[in-house]
Write a protein that binds this ligand. Structure first.
Ligand code: PEP
Ligand code: MN
Length: 341
């Protein structure tokens, strides 16, 4: 539930409210940034929930008590109506008025290669570099990524260019290692409901980008995000990357309904991945443009200095010329949406 504290309430009254909630088995969070003080109280297996709420309502200093009716709580919009802005660095944040572009190859393919692409992306104004070192491949015979060596190459490219880096972590036991090299941990579509991985990433102290499971409902996705936030990590970024439907022309069906819906349901920022969402290079730009118009906070795009040579996902990877033209369009669309890129 959300407890709205009256602006006239004194310290003693506030303490009594918190003590009451704690005694009834709730854990209490301050919800920051609003004009009023809001308390978010979450409790499992609470008996007589209604009567607890009714008695709180009569306590001095309480203005209003509101239940959170959704199954997810801490990621619900009610829990933070101001919305989360993930601040990565003084000049880089995800959410708020900013539109953030993340780009890079599907996989780290070598030190020279990743630096060449990073330098080219930096010139286009991209601030965050993506590339996988641990790759979840459908076939065990496909390139699985360079692992630790790849992490080091990615971090070197980040250092060389001043870009921040995001990369996928596939297993709970990899989290500490990946967190040493990455600025943002990526949880891929195939792992959205790997609950041990969600919890471990939530303990890492790093921002986490949680991709939507390819067959997950929006509610399941937000509940997965709740696992991360429950470990104390509020810096969760959602990413819509397309879902499985009957359509086979495209690799996935990019669900822009999810973008607009998430904005109504959750305070977490949401990015779109039009590369995996379409699987086709020619569709990346139109769906990228549509994503920003639908209210997304940014994009994660597969891009490569030599896209035709990309080791994985070449068919959906943009070259620098295409990305440069897209960035120009996105600046216009962002402005029309009252945002800046
Ligand atoms: C990726 O970003 O390269 C990737 C594997 O994404 P997804 O988990 O969305 O398939
Ligand atoms: Mn890929």
């Amino acid at each position: 539930m959300i407890v709205v504290i009256s602006s006239k309430a004194g310290e003693k009254e506030k303490t009594a409210i918190i003590e009451k909630l704690t005694a009834k088995g709730y854990s209490v969070d301050y919800i920051e940034g609003t004009e009023k003080i809001l308390l978010g109280a979450i409790g499992e297996n609470i008996k007589n929930r209604e009567s607890v709420m009714a008695s709180l309502q009569t306590m001095p200093g309480v203005e209003k008590v509101m239940p959170i009716l959704k199954p997810y709580k801490k990621v619900a919009l009610e829990f933070n109506p101001q919305r989360t802005i993930v601040k990565l660095r003084d000049d880089i944040e995800i959410g708020g008025d900013k539109i953030t572009i993340i780009a890079g190859p599907c996989a780290v393919e070598g030190e020279k290669e990743i630096i060449e692409t990073a330098v080219a992306l930096k010139k286009l104004g991209v601030q965050i570099l993506r590339a996988g070192a641990f790759k979840p491949r459908t076939s065990p015979y496909s390139f699985q990524g360079f692992g630790l060596k790849g992490l080091k190459m990615l971090a070197a490219a980040g250092k060389e260019t001043g870009m921040m880096v995001v990369t996928e972590v596939m297993e709970p036991r990899q989290v500490k290692q990946v967190a040493q090299y990455a600025d943002i941990l990526q949880i891929g579509t195939r792992n959205m409901q790997n609950f041990d991985l969600l919890r471990e990433c939530g303990k890492s102290g790093k921002p986490v980008m949680l991709k939507r499971g390819m067959s997950a409902t929006i509610e399941e996705w937000l509940l997965a995000a709740e696992y991360i936030v429950n470990e104390g990590d509020n810096d969760v970024i959602l990413c819509e990357r397309g879902i499985r439907t009957f359509e086979t022309h495209t690799r996935n069906t990019l669900d822009l309904n999810a973008v607009a819906s998430v904005k109504q349901l959750s305070h977490l920022p949401i990015l779109v991945d039009p590369s995996h969402g379409t699987g086709l290079r020619d569709l990346v730009a139109p769906m990228a443009r549509a994503s920003i118009a639908a209210g997304a906070d940014g994009l994660i795009i597969e891009a490569h200095a030599h896209p035709e040579q990309a080791v994985s996902d070449a068919q959906q990877t943009l070259g620098m010329k295409d990305l440069s033209a897209l960035m120009k369009d996105l600046r216009h669309i962002s402005k029309a949406m009252g945002r800046t890129l």
